[in-house]
Design a binder for this molecule. Structure first.
Ligand code: FE2
Ligand code: FE2
Length: 288
């Protein structure tokens, strides 16, 4: 689980910008989402999956990049790898803060995630691993688009971590088509892609929800807080309902991530998160 060294100096492919980010989390309370344990655990578990998960995405694209001949797509691959590498590093720092400073005992889950991904990288074919990446990238893209479109839903997120989550949402939206384009360029096998998407969705929902529930059950103070936990579940269900139509598009004939034109949305968020215009500076809280 080593931090990656990233050389992204020459990368600026199309609308995909690699932004080196370093966030400070001092002063962040344990329950940083509306003081709600369920939602805060959920986000911490989600963050826990990112470093190894995103390195797996990079691994799957890197494994086939030599077969890509399209020069634009090659540039996009470099930018995709750069963005995901920074995400992995930032979330690794956040995860270590969560463990050391907030006292969340997530090491067991971290190890489990690491082992499962190691197994996937060793045992799954290049094509299927890339199809998995396409599936996960669709999930992160629709969650990202939802956040950027409905920031009011995340007003309860502590401002210390809000820029990190919104910066990540922005970049997931920017690079949403890269893995898909690589897959189509090399394989264009919709049957496999859709079959794997169903597996990916199941893994994502079952693992995230079960780890979150286990975190909550271990928390003697919070586990019986019926009102707060019911509210957390209500929020999660609301988000799931809001993104379900976007999710389903993946299964429609002629699907392409860019069928949803999000360029105006990402432009707006680049300006909100980097109002000085310096996108290598640290993202600011949009509500500040
Ligand atoms: Fe990412
Ligand atoms: Fe991504």
């Amino acid at each position: 689980m080593n931090t990656q060294v990233i050389d992204t100096s020459a990368i600026q492919a199309l609308d995909i910008t690699v932004r080196h980010q370093k966030f400070m989390f001092d002063g962040l309370p344990k329950f940083y989402y509306e003081n709600n344990p369920y939602m805060s655990y959920l986000l911490s578990i989600l963050s826990l999956t990112f470093p190894e998960g995103e390195r797996m995405f990079v691994h799957s694209v890197r494994a086939v990049r030599d077969q890509v001949t399209d020069p634009v797509l090659k540039k996009e691959i470099s930018a995709f790898i750069g963005q995901e590498a920074v995400h992995g590093n930032v979330h690794e720092t956040f995860n270590s803060f969560v463990q050391k400073d907030l006292g969340l005992r997530t090491q067991k889950y971290e190890k489990e995630i690491f082992n499962r991904i190691k197994y996937a990288k060793e045992k799954i074919s290049k094509k299927n691993l890339l199809a998995m990446t396409c599936g996960f990238e669709h999930l992160t893209a629709i969650l990202g688009e939802h956040m950027l479109t409905h920031p009011e839903e995340f007003a309860g997120l502590n401002p210390i971590v809000r820029p990190m989550w919104f910066w990540h949402a922005l970049e997931e939206t920017e690079h949403k088509a890269v893995a898909f384009d690589v897959y189509q360029h090399l394989y264009a096998d919709d049957k496999t892609r859709l079959r794997i998407m169903k597996i990916v969705t199941r893994i994502f929902i079952v693992r995230i929800m079960s780890m979150t529930t286990m975190m909550l059950l271990k928390d003697k103070k919070s586990r019986f807080n019926v009102r707060q936990n019911a509210y957390g579940l209500y929020r999660i269900t609301k988000i799931a309902r809001a993104i379900s139509a976007n999710y389903q598009e993946y299964f429609e004939p002629g699907f392409h991530p860019n069928n949803r034109d999000t360029r105006a949305l990402t432009k707006q968020w680049r300006e909100r998160l980097f109002p000085s215009g310096d996108e290598q500076g640290t993202a600011v809280d949009y509500a500040a």
